[in-house]
Design a protein around this ligand. Structure first.
Ligand code: GLA
Length: 671
């Protein structure tokens, strides 16, 4: 049940970590707590994976260790972000109920021995997990150390899509609820094609592995169902806690590069505070820009309110093909970029590096090598800075640009049988976002259909699945004077994955003033040249402008002579369309033109430098805070006045931000 949010009450910006004390003996706990105090840690997540310790045998509970750990943290003045402990079932539970184990799309079960090995629809799992959550909530619901409830852990990280019989039955229930009867389902799924018409609900299953491609509308609904199923699980745990504790409740989202299974737009309202885990992804061209995007999306999910960075890393993770440590100063730059973009906390996974188990090569605040390390010194330095930023808590980020983001479009874009396998939804979003980020523009990430009235510029990258009302939210706003950029493959299908006919871009078409007849994607390494001199990749289309002006056309490739960039005057605004993926420099140049036309500027003027700069303003009641993060190897100068909170220096007109440094300037008078 969604109820009104309970505020997360914390003094200043939280600084903390996941702590897994089950791995250590009590003498280590004492050392840990002393070092946490040295680093300024004030919020510690415990009992995330505690189940087998709390309930070693069915129905037999033992809270002594957790009592002790929470008691020691409390005595040291450290608050607790308390896990319900249900993230991974104990071995006895899967032995008693092997059907708890999730099933992959090929019909094979996944074994225990890792983590999160439970089917989201499993009744025996839910019953056992809620029983544990109830015991934990009863015991600690009023404990003065508990500052926040942490339901499960990264729900859906590994187990979002389960194909077992229990999941199939739950999927059918969900479908009955959505469609009422089989006729609308058959219509929505287009089952007339390939002899797929259903005459009985029991004929319907999850989209398991097929010989050919699967029904794409069924796959899309299965994504929706799977996201809803885990949300209902979250709600069940949250309800158990809510009746036993007045403290705010959340779970850690995974707004990050590679997790697509949960539509967090539908989850966010259930969180008392949105919390996110973020790890730099070195497989991407621009990990810093992705970090900024993820932080902006977390803020979007929070509706612009402060959110909480629940986990990130001090160095290497252990789950990428190559796990890179951070460069000098990068812990600070990453952490403070999240704060710049609205986080009221900086927390890490995990406190002390494990010496056993799957994550022993994952970095931690306290590394294997101990406190005589660069990582530890940077952690302590960061703790000091976070402590000085208390007044920033509660302030809100200012943005004039919106970017429309949709999990449904992500799912639909990456369905089987699409025009090009090289086309990825998130890649399109990141490319557009990177171009804006490289210009220093602050971007709010908004859901389809969002009210755009407070923005000057809106970017709609690859919004493949769109409802008429969602397109109208953009085009009506343009008619009222907005400037929008819509990019290729947007407006292709409706909510049932049914093509909008009459020319691609469907409900955007008229406002864009174009008629797109055919897609003509190209091999990813093929360069396309535009009449403007720009280069592009991946995509071209055969179209003509109806009312739009052609700003650039394809000079070569399968769509030579057709428009690549168009601009249509629509009401008192303008609707731009981009039919290809420009090189990063050319995308940036295009966004600069749009920003100029829309009158959008970075929050302050920056001079010099040789790399990316994150520059964001958070506005509080009495002051605003200008965050400047210099990722480059040359100093920059920023035009700003006020007090610099990292060093305490007074700034009259300009501040130098050395290479790799972060500056946070309190601007007393409204900027
Ligand atoms: C996630 C999990 C943690 C840990 C980290 C490692 O964020 O929540 O338990 O596995 O990943 O990066």
């Amino acid at each position: 049940m969604t109820t009104s949010a309970r505020p997360f009450v914390h003094d200043g910006i939280a600084f903390g970590c996941d702590y897994n004390p089950e791995q250590w003996t009590p003498d280590v706990w004492d050392e840990d707590i002393a070092l946490m105090r040295e680093a300024g840690v004030d919020l510690v997540a415990v009992n995330i994976f505690g189940w087998s310790h709390l309930e070693p045998r069915p129905g037999e509970f033992d809270f002594r260790r957790l009592d002790d750990v929470i008691g020691r943290l409390h005595e040291a003045g450290i608050r607790v972000n308390l896990g319900t402990g249900t993230a991974s079932p104990p071995a006895w539970l899967t032995r008693m109920h092997p059907d708890i184990l999730p099933m992959a799309e090929d019909g094979t079960r996944r074994y225990p021995g890792g983590r999160q090995a439970w089917c989201p629809s499993s009744r025996p799992f839910r019953e056992a997990a809620l029983r544990l959550a109830e015991r934990v909530a009863e015991r600690y619901g009023d404990h003065p150390a508990v500052a926040l409830w942490h339901v499960s852990n990264e729900l859906g990280c590994h187990n979002a899509l389960c194909h077992c019989d229990e999941s199939a039955a739950a999927f059918r229930r969900w479908l009955r609820n959505r469609y009422g009867s089989l006729d609308p389902l058959n219509r929505a799924w287009g089952t007339a094609f390939w002899s797929q018409t259903y005459g009985d609900w029991d004929e319907i299953g999850t989209p398991r592995a097929t010989l050919s491609s699967r029904n794409p509308a069924q796959a899309l609904d299965f994504h929706r169902f799977s996201s809803d199923e885990l949300l209902s699980y979250y709600r069940a745990e949250a309800d158990v806690i809510r009746s036993r504790s007045a403290v705010s409740i959340t779970t850690n989202f995974m707004v990050t590069a590679h997790i697509e299974n949960l539509d967090y737009w539908s989850w966010a309202a259930d969180m008392d505070i949105v919390a996110n885990d973020h790890y730099l992804d070195h497989r991407l061209d621009d990990p810093n820009s992705e970090l900024a995007f993820a932080a902006d999306l977390s803020r979007g999910l929070a509706g612009g309110a402060p959110w909480l960075l629940m986990e990130h890393s001090t160095g290497a993770v252990n789950w990428q093909p190559l796990n890179k440590p951070k460069a000098k100063g990068e812990i600070l730059r990453n952490s403070l970029t999240h704060v710049a973009r609205g986080s009221d906390g900086v927390c890490f996974f995990q406190w002390r590096a494990s010496v056993q188990g799957s994550e022993k090569f994952h970095s931690a605040m306290l590394p294997h090598a101990g406190t005589d390390t660069a990582v530890w010194r940077e952690v302590v330095e960061l703790g000091g800075i976070v402590d000085r930023l208390g007044e920033v808590a509660g302030s809100r980020v200012e943005a004039e640009t919106a970017l429309v983001f949709s999990w449904e479009s992500w799912w639909a874009t990456q369905n089987d049988s699409r025009p090009s396998k090289a086309l990825g939804y998130l890649d399109q979003v990141h490319s557009a976002y990177s171009a804006l980020h490289s210009l220093g523009l602050t971007v709010d990430i908004v859901p389809p259909g969002a009210d755009l009235s407070s923005y000057r510029l809106a970017v709609v990258p690859g919004l493949h699945l769109v409802r008429e009302s969602e397109a109208a939210a953009v085009t009506d706003w343009v008619a009222d004077g907005g400037t929008a950029l819509v990019t290729f493959y947007s407006g292709t299908v409706d909510e049932d994955d049914r093509v909008w006919t009459g020319g691609y871009t469907g409900p955007f078409r008229e406002a864009l003033g174009i008629h797109v007849e055919e897609f003509a994607p190209v091999e990813p390494e093929t360069a396309l040249h535009l009449s403007s001199g720009a280069t592009a990749h991946l995509w071209s289309e055969r179209s003509r402008a109806t009312t739009a002006e052609v700003e650039a056309s394809f000079a070569d490739g399968p769509s030579a002579g057709h428009p690549a960039v168009t601009r249509n005057a629509w009401g008192s605004g303008s609707a731009w369309y981009l039919a290809t993926l420009p090189s990063p420099a050319d995308y940036r140049a295009l966004m600069a033109r749009l920003a100029d036309e829309a009158g959008v500027r970075p929050p302050a003027v920056v001079h010099g430098g040789d790399g990316a700069v994150d520059i964001v303003r958070r506005r509080g009641t009495d002051a605003s805070y200008l965050f400047v993060v210099n990722h480059g190897s040359a100093p920059i100068v920023v035009e700003a006045a006020g007090t610099e909170l990292v060093s305490g220096a007074l700034i009259a007109r300009c501040a130098e931000v050395p290479a790799g440094a972060v500056r946070i300037i309190r601007e007393e008078a409204a900027a």
